[in-house]
Design a protein around this ligand. Structure first.
Ligand code: FAD
Length: 383
């Protein structure tokens, strides 16, 4: 594996850095306080090509490899995890899944809009009663002529109230495949689909997280993504790549924590000089730096495996597990460097800690990643 970046990769990373400085960083605190990112950012992300990374140009994508995708994701995460999450879901979980599993008709119908930032996608897997045990989902799709009629509730759906299309997972009653879960692409304005914002989140406050209620939602069979009964495989393959994206976002959080801690330690004076000269402050900073490097290397390794077409799912779990825990540690250490000022939102580290915390929970909790890694090593499922 080459640990250096190509000229093109470095240029796209710089583009992302500049974009974050110009379009995201000045607003991140306001969006966090008002609990809503300015939706105009989605169109801007589309225009600069960040919502089309790794997608074929034929469908409006901007191409590029997965390492480039991770570099951009890291920079977005460094600027504002709420914005990073919008991209990780709309592109990472929805558009990329359509690109892999969708029919030609699905690709032409949804990908140009998603990659341009005209549409937003959301990923509807979790339900009020089924989180980690997603395969037990109870949303039902019952065949009726050329349609399916869907009933159920989805919980904690990122982009939920903003979305134009829902990648929905439902149990189709007579499907023979894995647990009978089938994936559908549901336009969000389909009658019977209602959405309610989930308020009061600890972090990612700018993001539109929603509960989706489906009451007799009629979907044509042509909206089925992949084969009937293969939806759980589609969901799991989407999440395997999604975890790489979460890991990259976590590297961004940890890097932002490092930048903030180093700068503050050089400026803040106590006991007659900058706190940077105290060994215990340097310990906090060096712990963050090691977490940044380790998380980044694990994440790049996953991107490299994906780009080379090799198996990556377990490595993705390792990267997501480590990077998410590292991001929480790094943000917490940075907050310690800031002392009392870290505890108020005029300074960035409190938000970093709040935003980092959910990374150990979604797209599979840390415990679930350990079970996935453990299963691959022992051959025994402990689920
Ligand atoms: P539970 O599954 O109830 O877990 C509770 C605790 O039990 C955890 O500590 C867990 O690790 C532990 N546990 C459960 N099973 C085991 C086991 N077998 N062994 C050991 N420990 C176990 N979902 C989507 O589908 N789409 C989204 O876009 C989306 N976005 C989200 C955004 C936010 C802000 C949040 C908070 C969640 C989002 N989720 C989304 C849902 C997320 O993926 C779930 O919250 C997560 O999978 C955990 O499920 P749960 O909350 O039901 O917790």
């Amino acid at each position: 594996m080459n640990l250096g970046l190509s000229e093109e990769q470095a240029a796209v990373r710089q583009l992302a850095r500049d974009f974050v400085v110009r379009e995201i960083a000045p607003h991140a605190v306001t969006w966090d306080r008002q609990e809503e990112v300015d939706r105009g950012i989605v169109k801007k992300l589309g225009e600069v090509g960040f919502l089309g990374l790794t997608i074929d140009e034929e469908y409006g994508g901007s191409g590029g490899d997965h390492l480039t995708y991770c570099l951009v994701t890291e920079e977005l995460g460094r600027g504002d995890s709420s914005v990073r999450g919008i991209v990780s879901v709309s592109l990472g979980l929805v558009a990329k899944t359509i690109a892999v599993w969708g029919s030609e008709e699905h690709k032409r119908r949804w990908l140009p809009g998603l990659t341009a930032g005209e549409y937003v996608g959301c990923f509807g897997l979790t339900e009020p009663g089924t989180g980690s045990d997603a395969g037990s989902l109870t949303t039902r799709a019952v065949r009726d002529g050329d349609d399916y009629v869907v009933n159920g509730t989805k919980m904690f759906i990122t982009n939920g109230t903003w979305a134009d299309v829902v990648l929905l997972f439902a149990r189709s009653t007579d499907a023979p495949g894995h647990k009978g879960v089938t994936a559908f692409l549901v336009p969000a304005d389909t009658p019977g689909l209602t959405r309610r914002t989930v308020h009061g989140k600890l972090g990612l406050r700018g993001q539109a997280t929603a509960e989706l209620v489906l009451e007799d939602v009629r979907i044509p069979a042509s909206a089925m993504l992949g084969e009937e009964g293969k939806g759980f495989s589609a969901a799991m393959s989407a999440l395997a790549k999604g975890r790489m994206s979460v890991a990259a976002g976590c590297v961004g959080i940890a890097q932002a924590a490092l930048d903030a801690a180093v700068q503050y330690a050089g400026e803040r004076e106590q006991f007659g000089g900058p706190i940077a000269r105290h060994q215990l402050v340097q310990e906090l900073i060096s712990d963050i730096a090691v977490d940044v490097d380790a998380a980044r290397l694990l994440t790049w390794r996953v991107a490299d495996l994906v780009d080379r077409g090799e198996a990556f799912a377990v490595e993705s779990s390792k990267a997501k597990l480590f990077a998410s825990e590292a991001a929480v540690r790094a943000a917490n250490n940075a907050l310690q460097v800031f002392g009392g000022y870290g505890y108020i939102d005029e300074y960035p580290v409190g938000k970093l800690l709040r935003d980092a915390r959910v990374m150990t929970l979604y797209e599979g909790t840390s415990q679930i990643q350990k079970l996935l890694i453990g299963r691959s090593l022992t051959g025994v499922s402990a689920f």
